[in-house]
Design a binder for this molecule. Structure first.
Ligand code: PEP
Ligand code: MN
Length: 265
């Protein structure tokens, strides 16, 4: 089936251009977020990521800056002119986050949260719907149908790895699902090799694989000091690694008849 591209302002996702969303797992401070944002923009990212509310396995782990991050994120994102994607973890956050994000992220843990999906159905902002780590493709697509039924058809799917019997890596990236989605649905689909592997040394190869299987873009964790990151440092690319990866990406995209988005500014 042909992918129906999604248009957000001057941006298109799922068309000829290949979209890279990059940034830290979590927004940690204004200075840090700006450094990373400036850098990823210069390297050709079209979107900026950064968690404001974090759902962490351990309650002692950094939970995100929360609402106090909203003004600083709004400022930086408008200076950069990148699409900003951030996770919503509770339906009550919709109104305040809507003022800041271009795309709501539904994280893996919330793919099955139907009340959250119904709430996002009311939004005029696009939704990046991550696959739950134990969801079948059918269940993932049913979650997307919730968004559509409740009023929002601006849906991007994100494959971020599933749990298998394999224990060497955090998750197992399911390229079958990407090919299946492209073949059988019209949703744009992007791949998150950061959560898909949990290991920064695997990310460049997995990301190249994502291009080859037809993904419309990537969601990548990038940090200026990965070893000091407050979350997911082990799977975050450093700035130089990201820059090298983007050089490779620019070389391989034309082979697959894609090109990197070029910013008008
Ligand atoms: C994230 O993108 O930082 C995140 C928490 O993702 P996931 O929900 O896929 O684990
Ligand atoms: Mn993360």
């Amino acid at each position: 089936m042909k992918t129906k591209p999604l248009t957000i302002g001057s941006h298109e996702i799922g068309g000829k251009t290949f979209t890279v969303f990059a940034g830290p797992c979590a927004v940690e401070s204004e200075e840090n977020f700006k450094t990373i944002g400036d850098f990823v923009k210069k390297q050709g990212a079209q979107g900026l990521r950064g968690g404001i509310y974090k759902l962490r396995t351990n309650p002692e782990s950094f939970q995100g800056l929360g609402e106090k991050a909203l003004p600083l994120v709004k400022k930086i994102k408008s200076e950069l002119g990148l699409l900003f994607v951030s996770e919503i973890t509770d339906p009550r956050q919709r109104e305040s986050l809507e003022d800041v994000v271009d795309i709501f992220q539904v994280g893996t843990r919330n793919m099955f949260n139907y009340e959250l999906l119904k709430e996002l159905g009311k939004s005029t902002k696009a939704v990046l719907l991550k696959r739950n780590f134990s969801a079948r493709i059918k269940e993932w697509l049913s979650a997307a149908e919730y968004l559509i039924k409740y009023g929002n058809d601006q849906v991007i799917l994100c494959e971020r790895g599933i749990r298998t019997f394999e224990t060497e890596m955090r998750n197992t990236l399911d390229f079958n699902a990407v090919v299946y989605i492209k073949k059988n649905t019209s949703f744009p689909v992007i791949v998150d090799p950061s959560h898909g592997s949990g290991d920064r040394t695997l990310i460049s190869s997995l990301a190249q694989g994502a291009v080859a299987v037809g993904a419309d873009g990537l969601l990548l964790e990038v940090h200026s000091q990965p070893e000091k990151a407050l979350s997911d440092g082990q799977q975050s690319l450093g700035l130089e690694e990201f820059s090298r990866f983007m050089e490779t990406l620019k070389r391989i995209l034309p082979v697959f008849n894609r090109e990197l988005y070029t910013s008008p500014v």
